[in-house]
Design a protein around this ligand. Structure first.
Ligand SMILES: C[S@@+](CC[C@H](N)C(=O)[O-])C[C@H]1O[C@@H](n2cnc3c(N)ncnc32)[C@H](O)[C@@H]1O
Length: 236
């Protein structure tokens, strides 16, 4: 996504540029369920207002919502939010939510770097990042989402005991993740870590949503090992 605005994406006053993507208009059909751009920041700190007992689950990079819509259908007492920056992917996720008649799900067309403007302190109980782009070239490493700085920022948005689950197919990115997690050991405890998530399964190719994601299914088919880590927010 190009940013022609002179205000950087990480600045509180950043405004998303208008889009000519045809799905941008389509997303306006579902106000409340689907929120786009700066609208996604209007409920910061208030997502659970009417659901004080619910846990708030947030999936970053939910794509067409295969996993988050399934979770929401299985667990109506909790609140789920899927975030992706692709208009069409969020629209596809919305279609699934409609079919399943979900009332405990929001879909946000937004940039993951805006997370601290979308959520208040300690608001996210469970966070998920599945198969983020690995940006494998040396010149691209700066684009990786999972960094020490992000882990410090995310820690502010989660309560003590909050869980952050990450999966990747990319061994190099996973090593990077482990290093960056180790640098934030003051904030995060590594609760689980595996380099071959499905090694104990007799036929991982049979796994379906939400146990596996859309990309994960393809990796499993190609015999690629899945790496997984779960981080737990420590007390200060
Ligand atoms: C490799 S795909 C993985 C999709 C899904 N999590 C899965 O496992 O099937 C990465 C997803 O993250 C989204 N994405 C990448 N960077 C993003 C960002 N900065 N903000 C929001 N979404 C992003 C992409 O649009 C894409 O849907």
């Amino acid at each position: 996504m190009k940013n022609p605005s002179p205000i950087p994406l990480q600045h509180p006053e950043y405004r998303y540029p208008p889009s000519r993507n045809p799905y941008s208009e389509k997303l306006k059909q579902a106000p409340g369920v689907v929120l786009s751009d700066n609208e996604t920041e209007a409920r910061r700190g208030n997502w659970k207002n009417e659901r004080a007992e619910s846990l708030l689950h947030v999936e970053i990079g939910c794509n067409a919502g295969h996993v988050v819509t399934e979770w929401a259908a299985r667990d109506p007492k909790d609140l789920f939010i899927g975030i992706d920056w692709k208009f069409k992917a969020i629209y596809r996720a919305f279609e699934k939510a409609l079919k399943k008649k979900l009332s405990n799900l929001h879909l946000l067309r937004a940039h993951a770097d805006r997370l601290p403007f979308m959520f208040g302190k300690g608001e996210i109980d469970r966070l998920y990042l599945f198969f983020p782009d690995p940006w494998p070239k040396k010149s691209q490493l700066k684009n990786r989402y999972f960094t020490e700085a992000k882990l410090r920022m995310i820690a502010e948005l989660m309560p003590v005991g909050g869980l952050f689950e990450i999966k990747t197919d990319h061994p190099g990115y996973f090593e990077w993740m482990k290093e960056h997690a180790a640098r934030t050991a003051d904030l995060w405890e590594v609760l689980a870590l595996t380099h071959d998530l499905h090694s104990g399964h007799p036929n991982p190719g049979q796994l379906t949503y939400p146990e596996v994601t859309c990309f994960e299914k393809l990796f499993i088919k190609d015999g690629i090992k899945i790496h997984r880590m779960v981080l737990k927010r420590r007390s200060a």
